[in-house]
Ligand binder design. Structure first.
Ligand SMILES: N[C@@H](CCC(=O)N[C@@H](CS)C(=O)NCC(=O)O)C(=O)O
Length: 213
């Protein structure tokens, strides 16, 4: 049987969440890079696969799956219904709050020449740090004592923006400990750290370019 094929970019946080999950479960993927800055996600061929024109997009046999949270959940789900619901809730937190707010800051600057890196947008992202700190108050991972896909999805997003929206170490010690815990995974730097750092550098460079500096 052929390997599942993943359309992805290392710059893309949800793509990195999928790559972290695949690595954690030892799943081999055929990797098909997509350059968003060159608009490769807007070609007629890609739109046929994914009319939502987003990455990651997974092709597994006859199936096409087009959302990182959905992809991760097809590979790694708890049989405990309450635990599953908790993981789902954190995936929605990533999708609906964390990633949505990062996208609101990043996209206009990366793609449309905006210079709007306002304190409001930053503070709106940092509101999420309070939520995450709360979930980590009495447990090492977002859904308890075990690492889950919720941690992978959230960490890929958080580490993509923690330069523009810093995480105060004194206010958010649990988040810092969680980030350190994830960074200790043997595959972390290669699969998430490098891409997150690159995205943050590109964001800074684009913002300076748009501001005419
Ligand atoms: N909820 C989606 C979001 C995916 C997403 O927005 N990916 C961005 C890259 S990080 C993208 O493909 N943007 C291109 C576009 O929306 O046209 C997921 O988790 O897969």
């Amino acid at each position: 049987m052929s390997k599942p094929a993943l359309y992805y970019a290392t710059l893309s946080p949800p793509s990195r969440a999928v790559l972290l999950t695949a690595k954690a479960i030892g799943l081999d993927l055929e990797l098909r890079p997509i350059n968003l800055l060159k608009g490769e996600h807007l070609t007629p061929e890609f739109l046929k696969l994914n009319p939502q024109h987003t990455i990651p997009t997974l092709i597994d046999g006859e199936a096409t799956i087009i959302d990182s949270h959905a992809i991760c959940a097809t590979w790694w789900r708890s049989t405990d219904l309450v635990q599953r619901a908790n993981v789902d809730a954190r995936l929605h937190l990533d999708s609906g709050h964390l990633f949505a707010r990062v996208r609101f800051l990043y996209e206009p600057i990366l793609y449309y020449g905006s210079t709007d890196c306002s304190i409001d947008k930053i503070a709106y992202i940092q509101k999420c740090w309070e939520i995450l700190e709360g979930f980590l108050k009495d447990q090492p991972y977002l859904c308890g004592s075990d690492l889950t896909i919720a941690d992978f999805c959230a960490v890929a997003t958080v580490t993509s923006v923690n330069d523009a929206a810093p995480i105060d170490e004194f206010k958010f010690p649990k988040m810092h400990a969680w980030l350190k815990r994830l960074a200790e995974l043997p595959y972390y730097q290669e699969v998430n750290g490098d891409g997150a750092d690159e995205l943050k550098s590109i964001f800074k460079a684009k913002l300076a370019e748009n501001r005419g500096k």
